[in-house]
Write a protein that binds this ligand. Structure first.
Ligand code: PA5
Length: 446
């Protein structure tokens, strides 16, 4: 269960102000629950934990895993960008051994690498250097089936797999996750006979981590996705309550109360490098959902204590437009004591008998007090430990709070009109048919 601690906001938002924002959050919650707001055709994510646990999706993903294990596949290239990438990447980073690649002891699960999340030629060349040394398969994920970055990566990977294994075998090593009817990826997959998983129309990209978009890569990587769904289900139930005890209401209310005071930047803070991509996933969720119509809190993220040595100065002392949301982990999954050193040349014997995580916890507490003293309010979110259950819970919690918060801001949290502008310019500059006029205008400006 995710616990919200608003104590770090006490000196910034008084009780009456907070209560007023809780009332606003209730109004937004009703819009979300009754599905009466803008973007209400994109609310399929609300019941994904319960619906997916009751479906055969996990078994179908496991069948792909088993079929590829029978072929001794040791590398899976997962192609996707934005919502078709960040959720799986976040879960895998959180759950994997951080030195898995360097360890001599390998797990049975194939290594997962990502592509299609950039347009770097060097990235693709270096990926191919790896793929050539390995027994590879590919999952290509694109809801629209038309996104340029993953489409380019997939064209290259598809050719490599066909050249290496032959067309028929390549088709058994490619699985597509896409819309049930629309888009080039769907028609290509049908023509080539690929196994496909469907992303339902009513789930937007950044809310899709608990669909095959996230579930298939997480299963392939060998993690317990049912536990993840159970953790999400716990939050689906907790966040469905119309009460002040609802953690999504608490978080949405407080961040909007702070925004109204001019806190225009929210920094998601973690004290464990495994959660770095939680910040990346969260930034997309909140940035794309709320940043529109000239409004929205700018989402940023840091990893402490690492970034205390880079961003710490600004956060402590720079322009006072910041708020922090800290994701705390109560218990470490591993244990390491700092032992006594009779020489004490480093002067660290005062730490004798303490766990490394105790130092981390004191850094977290010390930073909290320092940042509050420096004028940065802090919302606390805590999970017991990093595992599948709690990562699933965080996914659902943040999604539900985002829907409520977006409606509090009076924007449509489920569209992303702003991301089209760069795409149109890029297509025009690349000479895509139909963009000739725009290309002339752009060329004249360059
Ligand atoms: O949230 C969104 O809708 C976007 O960020 C998409 O996830 C991203 O653009 C990728 O789109 P697609 O899955 O259609 O390739």
């Amino acid at each position: 269960m995710i616990k919200v601690n608003l104590g770090g906001c006490n000196s910034f938002v008084n009780d009456a102000e907070y209560k007023a924002y809780v009332e606003k959050a209730f109004t937004a919650f009703d819009v979300l629950e009754n599905e009466t707001g803008a973007g209400n055709d994109f609310l399929g994510w609300k019941h994904l934990p319960s619906e997916t646990l009751a479906s055969s999706l996990v078994e179908e993903c496991e069948a792909v895993k088993n079929a590829w294990a029978a072929k001794n596949i040791d590398l899976v290239i997962v192609i996707g960008i934005g919502g078709s990438y960040l959720g799986a990447k976040c879960a895998l980073e959180a759950l994997s051994h951080q030195f898995a690649k360097q360890l001599k002891t390998k797990t049975e699960a194939p290594e997962i690498v990502f592509a299609g999340q950039n347009l770097s030629e060097e990235y693709m060349c270096e990926l191919m250097d790896l793929v050539q040394e390995r027994n590879a398969a590919c999952v290509v994920i694109s809801k629209s089936g038309t996104t340029t970055e993953p489409a380019v990566a997939f064209r290259l990977v598809k050719k490599y797999l066909e050249d290496t294994y032959g067309k028929e075998e390549a088709a058994e090593r490619i699985v597509a996750v896409t819309d049930k009817a629309r888009g080039a990826l769907k028609s290509l997959s049908t023509q080539e006979g690929y196994k496909t998983f469907v992303i339902e129309d009513n789930v937007g990209g950044r809310f899709s981590v608990l669909t095959p978009v996230g579930i298939l890569p997480i299963v392939l990587a060998g993690f317990d996705v049912r536990e993840m769904l159970k953790g999400a289900l716990e939050m689906e139930e907790a966040c469905a309550k119309r009460c002040e005890c609802n953690p999504a209401i608490q978080y949405a209310a407080m961040r909007n109360a702070l925004y109204a005071q001019g806190r225009k930047i929210e920094i998601l803070v973690a004290y464990n490098p495994k959660l770095t991509f939680l910040g990346e996933w969260w930034k997309q969720l909140y940035g794309e959902s709320e940043g529109k119509d000239g409004l929205g809190i700018f989402p940023a993220s840091v990893n402490f204590t690492t970034d205390l040595h880079s961003m710490g100065q600004y956060i402590q002392d720079g322009e006072r437009t910041l708020m922090e949301t800290v994701v705390s982990v109560e218990k470490s999954n591993r244990s390491m004591l700092i032992e006594n050193d009779p020489q004490n040349l480093d002067g660290l014997n005062f730490l004798t008998g303490k766990h490394v995580e105790e130092c981390n916890a004191m850094a977290e507490l010390g930073t909290k007090l320092a940042h509050i003293d420096g004028g940065v309010p802090q919302i606390g979110l805590s999970i017991e430990r990093i595992n599948e259950f709690n990562i699933g819970g965080l996914f659902y919690f943040f999604e539900k709070a985002c829907g409520i918060s977006g409606y509090m801001l009076e924007v449509n949290p489920f569209n992303q009109p702003g991301v089209e502008a760069y795409k149109k310019n890029m297509f025009a500059l690349l000479g895509k048919p139909g963009y000739e006029e725009q290309a002339k205008e752009l060329q004249a400006r360059l």
